[in-house]
Design a binder for this molecule. Structure first.
Ligand SMILES: Nc1ncnc2c1ncn2[C@@H]1O[C@H](COP(=O)(O)OP(=O)(O)OP(=O)(O)O)[C@@H](O)[C@H]1O
Length: 315
């Protein structure tokens, strides 16, 4: 269907409660066309609840969700949105091609079977029975099925759970290749490396709210800081602790571990004034950011803006 709205998905102050549990807590988010967005967060953060509302499988308790300016269910019924779910929906005795053929007969219009098999990278296993396919192959089959209506928006909820490394890599290669055509992709994951490798934008969700929104590099920079390790026997720790940029010092035998936003001054001090050697400076990675963002105490450097268009991480 021709889509004119620049935004694929808009969530406006969306809350979803289940009894006394608040799964989604006043979440606002705008996803533009062509973005590949990871909803990243720990277990129970509210990712699936959010995805379900975008798919029209459930409705917000308060707030509003629109997909291409429509109610989600309408967008799904028009073929503008497809989903690749984790489990279910496949009959083990059919072959891969028969499964796609059968599903294609439900859609009018539908992309050709051979085309979606090709795009999902499963042409070579078209004659294999579904029951004999690996987890990764079955997920690529689900991906092929999701492509039949040629959706503008593809939604994947933890699509690679239980898959081995190779299966995951092949699955994501197929998704990424397809996304190059301009399809909007939203996927929920708690695999940091998946979000890092495959998303243009990471929306970090914690306890039903967005705590960070930006590129992987921007999210990583939220765990901003460096660690300086050195072997040193004569360092004056109070002097180092007072240097600009230094947050904390850990002494372990002859090793000194200095943490801080910027440890260049500390390195300079050590080299000029002590017998320090074997200096090593490391920066934090996405995993550090994940730990910082999911820590129980709210991290002071992370804001929680109420409106999330492509704002970048808010450090
Ligand atoms: N149908 C439901 N009834 C009751 N509570 C629910 C229901 N669905 C979700 N919840 C609760 O809402 C919270 C958010 O769950 P949700 O599945 O959205 O999180 P998630 O980020 O997808 O987690 P995971 O990574 O473990 O799948 C959790 O506390 C969960 O137990």
């Amino acid at each position: 269907m021709p889509i004119t709205d620049e935004s694929s998905v808009v969530l406006d102050a969306v809350t979803k409660t289940f009894g006394s549990v608040t799964a989604v807590d006043g979440l606002s988010l705008r996803i533009n066309r062509g973005e590949v967005v990871a909803l990243l967060g720990p277990n129970g953060a509210g990712k699936t609840s959010t995805v379900d509302m975008i798919l029209g499988l459930s409705t917000p308790t308060t707030g509003n969700v629109s997909v291409y300016g429509m109610a989600p269910r309408k967008a799904v019924s028009l073929g503008a949105v497809s989903a690749v779910m984790q489990t279910g929906g496949l009959l083990k005795d059919y072959t891969v091609a028969e499964t796609v053929q059968l599903t294609a007969s439900l859609f009018t219009p539908s992309r050709p079977v051979s085309e979606v098999l090709e795009r999902a990278g499963i042409t070579d296993i078209a004659d294999r029975r579904v029951g004999k396919c690996s987890g990764g192959e079955q997920q690529r089959l689900r991906f092929a099925l999701a492509l039949l209506p040629d959706p503008d928006l593809l939604i994947l909820d933890e699509p690679t759970t239980g898959m081995d490394v190779e299966g995951r890599r092949e699955f994501w290669t197929a998704i990424r290749e397809d996304a190059k055509r301009g399809r909007t992709v939203i996927f929920a994951t708690h695999y940091l490396e998946e979000a890092d490798a495959y998303a243009d934008r990471i929306v970090f969700v914690r306890r039903g709210s967005i705590v960070a929104d930006g590129t992987a590099a921007e999210i990583k920079s939220l765990a901003s800081g460096r660690t300086l390790r050195a072997t040193v026997s004569d360092a004056d720790q109070p002097t180092i602790a007072a240097l600009p940029g230094v947050d904390s010092i850990d002494a372990r035998g002859d090793s000194l571990i200095i943490h801080g936003k910027d440890v260049d001054d500390a390195a300079r001090y050590l080299l000029n004034n002590t017998d320090a050697h074997d200096l090593e400076i490391t920066s934090h990675n996405l995993e550090d950011a994940f730990v910082a963002l999911t820590a129980d105490q709210a991290t002071p450097q992370v804001q929680n803006p109420t409106e999330h268009s492509r704002v970048g991480a808010t450090a």
